[in-house]
Design a protein around this ligand. Structure first.
Ligand code: SAH
Length: 371
């Protein structure tokens, strides 16, 4: 793990080795990077917690603000490090209270995050990439094409930007749940997502329980295994969307075969002692047939899993439609008796294109999305 944390991330940004003379973003270090940095400075280990608290909890914007650090140490740190910030380039509020934010980072890259307050539960949906190479036929992000995976610093700043108090007044409610279900495929390059989750769950970071964090994947076996090995015990959601290979390939052309994904899911469930969520977007006339319902419940019964149905959020430029209420009822009547737990996702933000699969970054982000 140690050696993985060192070096460069795929964004080409130094993770914990600032280039000579060029300050780096402290937010990009993650927990182990902070510990390494403190060791390199020959400081006592508790300094990592102190610095972490300033960066994450206090949302300090400069090293100079770290008032419980000796002045000489602050100057030493500030010579090599700064604290990166993004900006909210656009915010769109929905009638249901959810809010979609376009967050632009110092690099110029931008992604959308969604804040979803609901009774007793506020969720923030984070993007992991600036586009998506998976090209799922029904998904708006898929039409953007590939982007790049965000750095640890960008992922954390995305979360912080959502809850940071606005200059004009109160901030948004602190999320009770965090889901990596926005733009991109989080497990294609899992390291930044894993390191971000370490900060989200760190007692000196944001202190979240792992069970309140969900990573949603189209099924990248190596990424699923890396997440299992990371020992975080976050919830894993698998975007199944079709219960057999041929149909699935027609909808999700770049997703790995089920024959490779299912063993990785089983491994995840066993290693973390959690139940995997099988996400299933109901597409009218496509995957909402009786045969699909039977195959879905058979597949779910073979795995420690629950099923989460999502009625398709219609997105511009696709021919897919949400099934009628009647078809959904018929699907459920076949699925329910033979399946483990089945839930249906309440979709918020449909009126502002902030619901599942509708995030495409807006016209501005489209321009900056790139490898
Ligand atoms: N790449 C990851 C995370 C992003 S997609 C993944 O595949 O899981 C998040 C979820 O939204 C997936 O379950 C996906 O199948 C679903 N989704 C995509 N487009 C949708 C749409 N238009 N309506 C409803 N759900 C959608």
């Amino acid at each position: 793990m140690e050696s993985e944390v060192r070096g460069r991330d795929q964004g080409g940004v130094a993770v914990d080795e600032p280039k000579a003379g060029e300050p780096s973003d402290l937010k990009n270090l993650g927990c182990s990077g902070l510990a390494d940095m403190v060791a390199r400075f020959a400081l006592q280990p508790f300094r990592a917690a102190q610095i972490g608290r300033w960066v994450y909890r206090e949302d300090a914007s400069t090293v100079a603000e770290m008032s419980n650090l000796p002045a000489s140490l602050r100057s030493r740190i500030a010579a090599s490090w700064f604290i990166g910030r993004g900006t909210i380039a656009a915010a769109t509020s929905s009638a249901d209270g959810s809010c979609k934010l376009l967050i632009r980072f110092a690099s110029g890259a931008a992604v959308e995050a969604v804040h979803l307050p609901a009774a007793g539960r506020t969720t923030v949906c984070l993007s992991s990439q600036t586009g998506c190479p998976m090209a799922c036929a029904f998904c708006a992000t898929g039409r953007l094409g590939p982007g790049r995976t965000l750095t640890i610093g960008e992922l954390i700043e995305q979360f912080m930007a959502v809850v940071r108090p606005a200059p004009a007044g109160a901030g948004r409610t602190r999320p009770t749940h965090i889901v990596f279900m926005g733009m991109g495929e989080p497990l294609l390059e899992p390291r930044p997502v894993i390191e971000t989750i370490r900060v989200l769950t760190w007692e000196h970071g944001f202190g979240y329980a792992a069970r309140r964090i969900t990573v949603s994947t189209c099924g990248i076996p190596a990424g699923i295994r890396a997440l299992a090995e990371a020992g975080l015990r976050v919830r894993l959601a698998f975007s199944l969307n079709a219960p057999w290979e041929g149909l699935r390939t027609s909808l999700m052309p770049n997703a790995p075969p089920l024959a490779d994904v299912i063993p990785a899911l089983r491994h995840y469930a066993e290693a973390t002692r959690t139940i995997v969520t099988l996400e299933y977007v109901l597409l009218g006339g496509v995957n909402d047939t009786a045969a699909c319902a039977r195959a879905l419940s058979a597949l779910a019964s073979r795995l420690p899993s629950k099923i989460n149905l999502i009625v398709y959020n219609e997105t511009e430029g696709t021919m897919f439609r949400a099934p009628s209420g009647d078809r959904i009822r018929t699907f459920l009547s076949i699925l329910l008796p033979a399946s483990p737990t089945v839930t249906m996702r309440q979709s918020l933000g449909g009126d502002i294109a902030a619901a599942c699969g509708q995030l495409a970054g807006g016209p501005e982000a489209r321009v900056v999305a790139g490898p």
